[in-house]
Design a binder for this molecule. Structure first.
Ligand code: ATP
Length: 276
């Protein structure tokens, strides 16, 4: 379905992603894990063309999406919706308008410029918000919502693009465990009900185990593990995180409250709880 063929990104002398090859044959929920700097974000951003690849190919429906230009590139960017750690909403706009912004790529420039949305757009946005359980917040400004609610708005906005796949770049890294669960449940539900590929960068092993059909472990730009969560042993995890015998899986758990500092395995502990 989507095939990565020796996809590489270099920043000067630094190789962030090094000849990465893998194929997602059917709609799967794939978790990409690895310590900070392993290349996870760069990989995701290359798929969506936010970061230009240095070399390699990404084949989707027989086409190399890394070679797309102009309108076809924009259509591809609509087809693979991104969800970001920091939500990327427009804080002063109301929630329903933020969601409708997901339709921008599908509209002409003039319509987009003046935020002209049809009744259908409004209905679709409300339905997406309802699906995420936050339709009651539709008229609030985005900045009035908690982090967890904002991330659900961002996912509703992604749904408005009617994408082939969802790329989520550490969608729960800024959330407390309860909101992290709501957001991951939502992504899993979209994968299962809509039969879409969800490719999700995660810092925490337990989240990958709980939610993903397949886990890809990256280290220094290379894929060092690719398999089902059941094969993700502590030894494999040590290799992915480049940790020694003292490595403790609990250190990567979302269920612990941390202070946002990096532990010895290079894994960011979740931020302290945020209400929501
Ligand atoms: N725009 C950039 N310019 C220069 N170097 C970059 C840039 N973006 C990423 N890098 C480097 O590429 C490497 C991979 O970074 P990337 O953000 O993809 O890792 P990551 O696994 O997503 O890490 P994190 O979990 O901290 O987000 C790092 O060494 C990083 O410093």
């Amino acid at each position: 379905m989507i095939q990565f063929d020796k996809v590489t990104k270099t920043f000067g002398a630094r190789t962030a992603v090094n000849k990465v090859s893998f194929t997602v044959e059917q709609p799967q929920m794939v978790g990409v894990i690895g310590r900070s700097g392993a290349g996870k974000s760069t990989l995701l951003r290359m798929i969506n063309r936010l970061t230009p690849a240095t070399s390699g190919r990404i084949i989707f429906k027989g086409e190399d999406i890394l070679a797309l230009k102009g309108a076809t590139k924009r259509r591809w960017q609509r087809d693979c919706a991104m969800v970001f750690q920091q939500f990327n909403l427009v804080p002063r706009l109301d929630v329903v308008t933020n969601v409708m912004l997901g339709r921008l790529n599908g509209h002409g420039t003039l319509k987009s410029l003046f935020n002209i949305f049809s009744k259908d757009d409004v209905a679709a946005a409300l339905s997406a918000l309802d699906r995420l359980g936050i339709a009651q917040e539709a008229t609030k400004r985005a900045e009035e919502l908690s982090g967890g609610q904002q991330q659900r708005v961002a996912i509703a906005r992604a749904l408005m693009q009617d994408p082939h796949m969802i790329l989520a770049d550490e969608p729960i890294a800024s959330l407390d465990p309860m909101n992290a669960k709501i957001v991951m449940d939502s992504l899993r539900e979209i994968h299962e009900r809509d039969n879409k590929i969800v490719l999700c960068n995660l810092h925490t092993l337990d989240t990958a185990r709980t939610y993903c059909d397949r886990v890809i472990g990256m280290r220094d730009g290379l894929i060092v593990f690719d398999g089902p969560p059941s094969e993700l042993s502590t030894d494999v995890a040590r290799e992915i995180y480049g940790a020694d015998e003292s490595f403790n899986e609990a250190a990567t758990s979302t269920s612990i409250e941390g202070n946002g500092q990096t532990n010895p395995a290079g894994v960011m502990a979740p931020a302290a709880a945020v209400s929501g």
